[in-house]
Write a protein that binds this ligand. Structure first.
Ligand code: ADP
Ligand code: MG
Length: 258
């Protein structure tokens, strides 16, 4: 056993949270939407966030890449604190990819153009290289043959897989998903979840807002339950589902599982 030798970078990295939210509050005007949120996410950790509509799930994850601004407390991503410093916001957005319920692809651009746009314009990657990267990720989400089509020619499930690939082209270290399957027809949910499962297997750090409890059980290390702007309860999936502690969690689970 060699546990006294120098640590590798990977070992060192795995000991520090990649996301650290502490005592964070947010208001929309007078409305106190997030109340004292504290959450540490370790590299490669996979967290599922659930809770009733309006409980603040979207707002919380949108604060992590500054799509929304918090007013109190701290958010630190990979050692960089989120403040009004635009350089830092840019750096954090490079590390944190996001997939939304609606895929927001540009309808007048092909799939390949949708994917290479960000790297070419934001990252100044040469076009040819950006397209090679795009094809690599389109293969990964099993949709390379659609590269030259327009979004409108693809099904919802295919478009959402394109949206995942588009995020991956920016080489993020963390992926945030905000109800990525809830706008899809039921028969398309699995193809998107399968792509997320393979991302998980490759070790991506993920925070996923979803009510897909099968996904939570098989993929999450931790499940958080939010209600009224607070993290009410969190646990490993087995415990979370078999033995919820808070009565609001119990009520929520009884509603969605039956
Ligand atoms: N831009 C906004 N301005 C004012 N209130 C908002 C805004 N966005 C969301 N809210 C409110 O904040 C609460 C939390 O919303 P949200 O984070 O979207 O919840 P969830 O994702 O859990 O459904 C809701 O009451 C919602 O109406
Ligand atoms: Mg939401």
């Amino acid at each position: 056993m060699n546990n006294t030798g120098p640590k590798t970078n990977a070992q060192q990295a795995s000991e520090e949270p990649i996301i650290r939210i502490s005592e964070m509050h947010k208001w929309y005007g007078e409305f106190h939407v997030l109340k004292n949120i504290s959450l540490d996410v370790m590299p490669k950790e996979r967290i599922v966030v659930c809770g009733p509509s309006g409980s603040g799930k979207s707002t919380m994850i949108r604060c992590i890449n500054r799509l929304e601004e918090h007013q109190r407390g701290k958010i630190i991503v990979d050692g960089i604190e989120l403040t009004n410093n635009l350089k830092n916001i840019e750096k954090i957005r490079e590390e944190v990819g996001m997939v939304f319920q609606h895929f927001n692809l540009f309808p007048h651009l092909t799939i390949l153009e949708n994917l290479s746009l960000g790297p070419v314009w934001v990252r100044k990657v040469p076009k040819k290289e950006a397209e090679e990267t795009a094809m690599y990720y389109l293969e990964k989400v099993h949709i390379a043959e659609q590269a030259h089509k327009y979004p409108g020619q693809l099904s919802g499930g295919q478009q959402q897989r394109v949206a995942v690939a588009r995020s991956l082209c920016m080489k993020p270290r963390v992926m945030l998903f905000d109800e990525p399957t809830s706008a899809l027809d039921p028969e398309m949910v699995k193809e998107v979840l399968d792509v997320m499962i393979s991302l998980a297997q490759e070790g991506m750090t993920m925070i996923v807002v979803t009510h897909e409890m099968g996904f939570a059980k098989s993929v999450a290390h931790r499940v958080l339950f939010m209600d009224a702007g607070q993290i009410v309860e969190q646990n490993a999936p087995d415990e979370f589902f078999s033995n919820p502690q808070n009565e609001r969690t119990q009520l929520f689970l009884s509603q969605i599982l039956h």
